[in-house]
Design a protein around this ligand. Structure first.
Ligand code: UT7
Length: 333
């Protein structure tokens, strides 16, 4: 019997219009374009400004476009998984809100939180539902309104993050394309370096937590940086080795976009030329669970059926991982 693989058969994205550049940021906190470009590599990020709009609005826009692009009726979708750290509400799941907004009524949905690795974890979950033969059309969407949890008085975190969403369709294939292998890892101790202090069950929201600015991202940059550099590169090299891939065999690396220096270190460890690395951090910053699909969406036209692609991530948790897939269609068709 031929093996069923899960393959990405379409991709779409949504970005808010407002562009927050380094010049504007320099008026909000004590920073400069030069510092941000040298230490992080970000020039602009998109911000969802409209009051009353949340991650689901960006997610729904991406999923609506995905359904159109792939000629899929909403009723045909079996499952939608939303990766996010900025859900519309603590509950219900943002996946259900997106499903409602685009008319997905015959399937089910849930959210998945694995920090910046959320999209990779969600893709790996969707893969299992497809490979098992249970479902035929699974949507994986990363949707983030990071600006809702960024402290724009904290210069060490506010330049990093942006808002955005990307969505892919996963479907079964028997032609050998699609997801080939993955490595996922986490280390809960890493939470001390990257978390949100209040608003959860351990410290519910109160006047005091708001006054203490505890509903924003708390990050100790250096330990996170060190762990990201070593772990993201380690899994990327390991997945190459165990699939007998050399740098020549790889068409593209799709790395999480947290810091240009982390991306470069990963590519170097893989011995990969920079031309083979998808990088849009300058433009969109770190959109957390949306970075990987935003990259693949931007590069879609250049992708060819059979291209060997490595996805690599690191994020809050700590969580990290790599995935090896063979691109399933010619992106320019
Ligand atoms: O996606 C989730 C995972 N997150 C990451 O992967 C992020 C990993 N961490 C990083 O990317 C980097 O650690 C940061 C970009 C967050 C910080 O860069 P860094 O090179 O590690 O800087 P640092 O925190 O060591 O700070 C160096 C100096 C400090 O000044 P002093 O103490 O040396 O006087 C900071 O106060 O830079 C200062 N600084 C800034 N200066 C100008 C921190 N932020 C800024 C800023 N503008 N925005």
């Amino acid at each position: 019997m031929t093996k069923i693989n899960a393959a990405i058969t379409g991709i779409a994205a949504a970005l808010p219009d407002y562009i927050l550049d380094n010049e504007e940021l320099s008026k909000m906190v004590d920073t400069t374009d030069e510092w941000i470009m040298t230490r992080i590599g970000i020039k602009t990020r998109r911000i969802l400004k409209e009051p009353g709009k949340g991650s689901s609005d960006l997610g729904a826009q991406a999923v609506k476009d995905l359904l159109e692009k792939t000629n899929t009726k909403p009723e045909e979708v079996d499952l939608i998984i939303c990766a996010t750290v900025t859900p519309d509400h603590a509950f219900p799941a943002t996946a259900n809100i997106i499903a409602d907004k685009v008319g997905i009524k015959n399937g089910f949905g849930f959210d998945l939180n694995a920090g910046c690795s959320g999209f990779l974890y969600a893709l790996s979950t969707g893969r299992m539902y497809i490979e098992s033969g249970l479902y035929k059309k699974v949507i994986v969407v990363g949707a983030e309104k990071m600006s809702s949890i960024v402290d724009y008085t904290d210069r060490s975190t506010c330049p990093i993050f942006g808002d955005g969403s990307g969505a892919v369709m996963l479907e079964p294939t028997e032609d050998g394309m699609g997801i080939q292998d993955m490595i996922l890892q986490s280390d809960g101790y890493g939470r001390v370096h990257l978390h949100m202090k209040a608003g959860g069950s351990v410290k519910p929201s109160s006047h005091e937590t708001v006054d203490a600015r505890e509903h924003f991202i708390y990050q100790e940059g250096q330990p996170v940086f060190k762990a990201a550099v070593s772990n993201m590169a380690d899994v990327s090299v390991e997945i190459m080795k165990r699939n007998n891939l050399t740098a020549d065999d790889i068409a593209w690396l799709v790395p999480h976009q947290a810091n240009m220096r982390i991306i470069e270190a990963t590519a170097k460890r893989m011995d990969l030329a920079k031309e083979k690395v998808m990088i849009n951090i300058q433009e969109f910053g770190n959109t957390t669970a949306a970075t990987l699909p935003l990259c693949m969406w931007q590069w879609e036209k250049q992708l060819k059926k059979g291209d060997n692609i490595i996805l690599a991530t690191f994020g809050a948790g700590f969580t990290w991982g790599a995935m090896y897939l063979k691109w399933a269609y010619d992106g320019d068709k």
